[in-house]
Design a protein around this ligand. Sequence first.
Ligand SMILES: [Fe+2]
Ligand SMILES: [Fe+2]
Length: 348
Amino acid sequence: MRKSKITADAQISILTVDDDPIITSTIKDYFKRSGYNVDIENNPVQAIERIRNGSYDILLLDFLMSPICGDQVVEEIRKFNTDLFIVLLTGHKSMAPPVKTIRQLDIQGYYEKDDRFDQLELLVESCVKSIKQLRTIRSYQEEMSRAYMQTIETLRFIVETRDHDTQGHSERVSLLGEAIAREMGLPSAQVERIRVAGLFHDIGKIGVPDAILLKNGPLTAEEYDQIKLHPAAGEKILSTYSPFKDTLPIIRSHHERIDGSGYPDGLAGDHIDIGAKIIAVADSFDAMVSNRTYRRGLSFETAMGELVKGMGRQFEPAIVEAFQRMIETMGREDFERVYCAHSNDTEK
Ligand SMILES: [Fe+2]
Ligand SMILES: [Fe+2]
């Protein structure tokens, strides 16, 4: 065994796969002595399931097996796991898959079977080094994400608590937007994007002065111009963090109208992101039924009537229709309990 071995790490787990049980048990014994956790699998089809359900870091995989060969095993695994480090074990060099395949399947190396395992151990050690680096990077990233999310949540909290009238607004818009998107049968990634955008759609209001945001009564044209800056400001705030990337078009365009008379870009029809059009409906509905310090919220019927009136001008007809369908399916009472419960609490 090599002397300058890096500290074998009990937290690294290896799965060794070969249809020859002698080979797998020899490999297991060898790497166990170096302190690795090693499991054995002699059936290549089973191996895929074990990777799917387990938490392995490294796969030592025989190439020539039946009923399926190593490269097919890797192809399956790569469909759901791109993190796993894979070393392919081949009987004869000439039988190894072409380099192109090795690259395509993101295989980290291959080892020509030998009685001695030091070469394989070297390969495993270099995998371990990369795994450890990746783990360090990920834990930094997680820490930074946590810090970033806390900051963004704080901003959202400031925006909403500063203006008592809009407390809970973004949560309700998020919930409603998500429900409408579901009703429309949008794919789940799209639904999630709309949910998140709903939560943060008004975050740019952090830049609007209190004197305007909290003003009791109608705004002057100049004041309204300041309010109109909030979608682009929100987009800018969230653009500093890549996980929000997909939500940016929604944040920016949630005040666009389908006839092109909205802001900030005056986009029309299909040029407006579908998520933004959904959030626009949810946003308007919630704003209409919510009480304000200076006015009571509109009744459910009046608000729905306004949405219908706005079809084709402010709102995408198919979205308002989906909204109506959703209320019908839920029943009006349940709908109000879930989506409007708090908006009528702010009375006084
Ligand atoms: Fe807004
Ligand atoms: Fe809003």
